[in-house]
Ligand binder design. Sequence first.
Ligand code: HEC
Length: 127
Amino acid sequence: VSDAGALRTWVIAFVALAGALLGAFVGVGCALKANACPFRSSPRQTSTDGATLFLANCAACHGRDAAGMRDAPSLVSGDLAALDPASLAAKIARGKPLAGMPAFRRSLTPEQIDAVARYLVSVRGSP
Ligand code: HEC
């Protein structure tokens, strides 16, 4: 009985200590605004420049010129180039997670999404 009791005490102590350490680690990380903070979906971006935001968030899939790559469609020609900035912004915010297009509602502010949409409208038609 005492052996089992001692074992259980050690297990509980270990779990409590591990939990406290993990909590401290995450807490300090979040307090320092580390990117690894699990309560933040992505690093906070401060730019409000549409071109900068496009390169940082979209170019990897849609191409640096927004002309599309693999599954990601062109944003400067075809149907998507016919949208006004507000509809474009709505699509960017919502995304199509099941089709591989992330929703940016949480990682970018409405102002930033708007800046990207206006940037895309401004580069339409350029080769
Ligand atoms: C991980 C890759 C990826 C990233 C990053 C990405 N997209 Fe997409 N995007 C896609 C794919 C794939 C589609 C096509 C979805 C489909 O099949 O309808 C798409 C579709 C879209 C559409 C059309 C959506 C619709 O409702 O028809 C717009 C507009 C768009 N992307 C803009 C952007 C912008 C602006 C960014 C950056 C803020 C961005 N995307 C970042 C992959 C990506």
